[in-house]
Write a protein of this length. Structure first.
Length: 221
């Protein structure tokens, strides 16, 4: 088989392969657009996105029939396709070719089901009796509080050691690791300091609504 014939044969593929190539190209285009933004109101940026992509594939559907001579005769039919603009090539197999037009579209699904994006804020606080803690506020971009959101607090021991120069003791940790936001969209926990704790800064990570914040809280052992 010549190189031209072999290359043309390799152009035949399944519909899934062509659709995946289209989707991959669309994803790359959206990635490029995601790096661009337009200035809006102070503190706000507008990102471009592809809302819809319509496509039309004119495909040469080929039904190939392969016969076996050993034993009982068996005819196997295989459906393959390629763009019709490509020249046909000779084949030793029995072929029936059908030209088909396939139309469709990719429609963008807004992130967060079209709702305003979630905004996550966290701060260190000192409560009654000098007990350190962390308060998290979860709201959307419109400023509305989001109650009932699960918030996870964790002590980052490696970062704490890097900040303070000493590793935190085993007894030092967050008191409540998982808290749900209240009606005001806030969740809070306190920090438990082990006796003899020498770390002056505790690194805390906060996870909520698929977002992560990291902050360091200064404590007085």
């Amino acid at each position: 088989m010549s190189d031209t014939t072999q290359q043309a044969q390799e152009l035949f593929g399944t519909l899934d392969e062509y659709l995946l190539e289209l989707a991959d190209g669309l994803a790359k285009a959206q990635e490029e657009l995601g790096g661009l933004s337009a200035a809006g109101a102070p503190g706000r940026q507008f990102t471009y996105y592809v809302p819809k992509l319509e496509f039309e594939l004119r495909m040469d559907l080929r039904v190939e029939t392969s016969s076996t001579t050993s034993g009982a005769p068996v005819n196997a039919k295989i459906l393959k396709m390629r763009p019709v603009r490509l020249a046909d090539v000779a084949s030793s197999q029995t072929q029936t070719e059908i030209v088909s037009v396939i139309r469709g579209s990719f429609v963008a699904v807004p992130a967060n089901e079209g709702l305003p994006p979630v905004v996550l804020d966290a701060r260190c606080v000192i409560g009654a009796g000098g007990v350190p803690g962390v308060v998290v506020r979860v709201r959307n971009a419109a400023g509305e509080a989001l109650p009932g959101v699960e918030v996870e607090f964790n002590l980052d021991r490696r970062t704490t050691q890097a900040l303070s120069g000493v590793a935190p003791l085993a007894g030092t940790d967050v008191v409540l690791a998982v808290v749900r936001t209240d009606a005001a969209g806030e969740a809070r926990t306190t920090l438990r300091l082990a006796a003899g704790e020498r770390a002056r800064f505790l690194a805390i990570t906060v996870d909520a609504a698929s977002r992560t914040l990291a902050l360091s809280c200064e404590v007085s052992p």
